[in-house]
Design a protein around this ligand. Structure first.
Ligand code: PLP
Length: 395
């Protein structure tokens, strides 16, 4: 294989050439500042307005409910910190889940240091948030529930409509981190009962460093960045015009091709899962078997260390991940895998393969063939595996 097989689409996606094309004029001839009075500025402003309308349309939202940010992390930080500030008079309790991305978890830890209390609701062995636990966690001083739409490591989809209903009945704000789901699955903020939603351009073949926060009309969040009237004075700073245009284009393309891509990805995903389960012993599929992102595959292989697997896969021209891209440099096992009940040693032997509709069965066949060799090779070097085999022979 001359070019790498890219199976890390949850970390980031290649930018669509049509998106690059749409962005280019805004780096060159269309360089005006959208706040300027003259037409060069007005054109840039119009481009941002169009992108806002496109994004709003994909969610059944109003354009004025969309605030562009510098990505998913910023949108998550803004949603949580601003909601906490705005509603502190009502209460200082927040509910989230144990499997959130660190953009939410670390923000919650920050808020705990500011005097808020946070309940981290557990998940079942497939990664689905326990709704009974979530209901039981509600208190008179609860102001916010934040539960992700789809998990970035194991792909499990959360019962967002039900959580929206619970939040509404309790009179509590509901934020969802939809960074992995936006552009991949249909999302209607109105029917789901979502008040705040975060998304990021680079997960849907858009540019990196741009995303948005949806803020339902009527939710009064304080400004996140101060110093200008941009984004209705709630997120100051000269707009990232090329990035916003790219995000708008990516959102439009993703919406148009969503059903076709999801079907192709599910087919590839289930083919890959099937081959691995049939051909590699002592593996475990992590996450929900059906309620999962169309392109997500996550396995744990016993007696193996995930990092070594990634290095050998890379040598075979395969880009994969052991979990979240943000924690891949850490040696701690994934908090998501621990939350679904995996013991440390099994959580360490995990592999995430996230597909796109552009992948082919031929590529997946190559991946499974290499993976079989790699798993076998690493197990042969594992004293734990040796002990296990001896034990098997004895019994
Ligand atoms: N939330 C989730 C679920 C993610 O997967 C990611 C990125 O991997 C983020 C937030 C952060 O998004 P960004 O990279 O745009 O800051």
């Amino acid at each position: 294989m001359d070019k790498p097989i890219y199976l890390d689409n949850a970390a980031t996606t290649p930018t669509d050439p049509a998106v690059v094309e749409a962005m280019l004029p805004w780096f060159s001839a269309g360089y005006g500042n959208p706040s300027a009075i003259y037409s060069l500025g007005a054109q840039a402003k119009e481009a941002v307005t169009l992108a806002r309308e496109t994004v709003a349309g994909t969610l059944n939202a109003q354009p004025r409910e969309i605030y562009f940010t510098a990505g998913g992390t910023e949108a998550d930080n803004w949603a949580l910190i601003a909601a906490a500030q705005a509603y502190a008079g009502k209460g200082r309790h927040i509910i989230t889940s144990a499997v959130e991305h660190h953009a939410v978890l670390h923000t919650c830890q920050y808020l705990e240091k500011q005097g808020f209390s946070v309940t981290y609701v557990g998940v079942d062995d497939q990664g689905v948030v326990r709704l009974d636990e979530l209901r039981a966690a509600l208190r008179p001083d609860t102001i916010l529930i934040s539960v992700m739409f789809a998990n970035n490591e194991i792909g499990t989809l959360q019962p967002i409509a039900q959580i929206g209903q619970i939040a509404r009945e309790a009179g509590v704000l509901f934020h969802t981190d939809a960074v992995q789901a936006y552009g991949h699955l249909p999302i209607d903020v109105k029917t789901l009962g979502v008040d705040l939603l975060s998304a990021s351009g680079h997960k849907l073949r858009g540019p990196k460093g741009v995303g948005f926060l949806y803020v339902r009309e009527g939710v009064k969040l304080p400004s996140f960045l101060h110093g200008g009237a941009q984004e209705r004075a709630r997120r100051a700073g000269t707009e990232n015009v090329p990035g916003v245009v790219g995000l708008g284009e990516a959102a439009k393309l993703a919406q148009a091709s969503m059903a076709r891509r999801a079907e192709a990805e599910r087919e590839l995903r289930d083919y890959l899962i099937g081959r691995v389960e049939r051909e590699i012993p002592y593996c475990r599929l992590n996450g929900h078997r059906t309620q999962r992102l169309p392109g997500n595959v996550n396995f744990s292989f016993r007696f193996i260390e995930g990092e070594s697997m990634l290095i050998l896969l890379d040598q075979a021209g395969i880009c994969a991940s052991s979990g979240s891209a943000c924690t891949s440099s850490s040696l701690d096992p994934s908090h998501v895998l621990l939350a679904i009940g995996l013991p440390h040693e099994i959580a360490h032997g995990s592999l995430r393969l996230t597909l796109s509709a552009e992948n082919t069965r031929e590529e997946l066949d190559y991946v499974v063939d290499r993976l079989k060799e790699i798993v076998q090779r690493l197990r042969q070097m594992s004293p734990l595996y040796e002990d296990f085999c001896r034990e098997q022979e004895r019994s």
